[in-house]
Design a protein around this ligand. Structure first.
Ligand code: ZN
Length: 425
């Protein structure tokens, strides 16, 4: 009895809390202009493929996105967006104003895809084609998102889709690695639209069913172990920072983490030393820890900091410190907040309804994407795919499948979710 009553009260509270703007999926999908926009995406698939190839071949390592940003700026302008410009952080922005009597009250949606890739300068980004398999580093993550976003802008325009809320299109910098979502941090914390953006969608990875409404929190460290160094033979017996780091890695590798909430740890990059016949003066490693739960993340982080300190103490005991001892410098180089956009929010429900109405099975997920930033700030945010074309992201043999069935339905879904989020006239 009590249970039933509280369920009813809860349902009423959820309904009352729904912000204006989001609309039910069937109204959106039955709209003639939206149908025409779907048709436009289908008819312009070849153009999408050519544009994806051209964008992929403009290198855009994190912190070096300028060339690709300029190309997106030109395309935003050509596609008819208003007030197109590059902000102080390097994000490309363009507005598509809302229309109709409710335009002024409708909340603004930011739709983003990231410019940067994980691949360093000098990586061969030429696209190799074998049938419908197109291979190049970054082609899926997230160049596919950028090209899909352009297709969506043009389809909305060609079909004269009239939305209530304004859509701010964003090609953002610095999502990957040590970029730490700097583009979206700037957009939402310092940029000129920070007060206006009420909903956020990122197009990045995923498939035709996934809706990422949870942000995995992460911490990243660069740890440097330093010692006196010396000749490998002549100075044998002195403390060795490489042994301290190896010991630290071994201790850390045996950490216990829960499967659920999923918690992970990794040593991703190591370096240092002088030569094979020298005791190194310094060595370093880069470490990544993630969790769906902030408490579990705090636990593994604490364990990691103890492990490295214990390993240094052990090395200083195991060998001679007469020329100096091992010291430790642990620098926090990445700190992403996590959290979740509740399933009951209008944005998540709109995405789920659209997915269902198109014959899919919505799957809510946790990941680490640009949506972590708005989620951390309390702005409803999701990350969705625009197809299931991209494979092997972050690896040099990354590829995307250039078949309509792997791309167009996902683009149509993304377009419909965006329209549902801002409301149609
Ligand atoms: Zn990505």
């Amino acid at each position: 009895m009590n249970l039933i009553r509280s369920t009813v009260v809860l349902a009423a509270a959820v309904l009352a809390a729904v912000p204006a703007g989001a609309q039910d999926a069937s109204a959106v999908l039955q709209n003639a202009q939206v149908k025409a926009a779907f048709q436009h995406l289908d008819a312009n698939f070849d153009h999408f493929v050519n544009e994806l190839v051209a964008l992929t071949e403009i290198p855009a390592p994190s912190f070096k996105e300028t060339a690709r940003a300029r190309a997106m700026e030109v395309k935003f302008r050509e596609a008819g967006l208003k007030n197109v410009h590059i902000d102080a952080e390097g994000n490309v922005l363009g507005e598509r104003p809302g229309a109709g009597p409710n335009a002024g009250n409708a909340p603004m949606l930011a739709l983003a895809a990231h410019l940067d890739t994980v691949f360093p300068e000098g990586t061969d980004v030429h696209v190799r084609k074998e049938g419908t398999k197109y291979s190049a580093p970054g082609i899926g993550d997230d160049t596919h998102g950028l090209a899909s976003m352009l297709g969506i802008i043009r389809a909305l325009d060609a079909a004269h889709v009239s939305t209530r809320g304004e859509i701010l299109f964003v090609a953002d910098v610095g999502e990957e690695g040590l970029g730490n979502s700097r583009g979206i941090h700037f957009l939402l914390e310092k940029g000129e639209y920070r007060e206006k953006i009420k909903n956020f969608i990122s197009i990045d990875g995923g498939d035709d069913n996934s809706i990422t409404n949870g942000g995995v929190a992460s911490k990243r460290y660069r740890v440097t172990f330093k010692g006196p160094g010396g000749h490998s033979y002549g100075a044998f017996g002195l403390v060795n920072p490489a042994f301290a780091m190896g010991d630290a890695m071994a201790r850390f590798s045996h950490s216990d983490v829960p499967r659920s909430p999923k918690t992970t740890f990794n040593v991703g990059v190591v370096g240092g030393g002088t030569s094979v016949n020298s005791i190194p003066g310094s060595v370093w490693m880069e470490v990544d820890m993630r969790s769906e739960s902030p408490e579990e993340l705090a636990k593994i982080e604490k364990k990691f900091l103890l492990d490295i300190a214990d390993a240094v103490a052990a090395e200083n005991k195991a060998r001679s410190t007469r020329n100096g001892s091992i010291t430790l410098d642990a620098q926090l180089v990445g700190d992403r907040r996590g959290g979740q956009t509740a399933e009951s929010t209008a944005l998540v429900r709109a995405a789920m309804e659209v997915t269902r109405a198109l014959g899919g099975k919505p799957e809510l997920r946790y990941s680490s994407t640009d949506s972590n930033v708005p989620i951390g700030l309390g702005i409803p945010a999701i990350t969705i795919g625009a197809g299931r074309a991209g494979q092997r992201a972050h690896s040099p043999d990354e590829f995307a499948v250039m078949e309509k069935s792997a791309n167009v339905p996902g683009q149509q879904r993304a377009l419909a979710i965006v329209v549902a989020a801002v409301g149609i006239n």
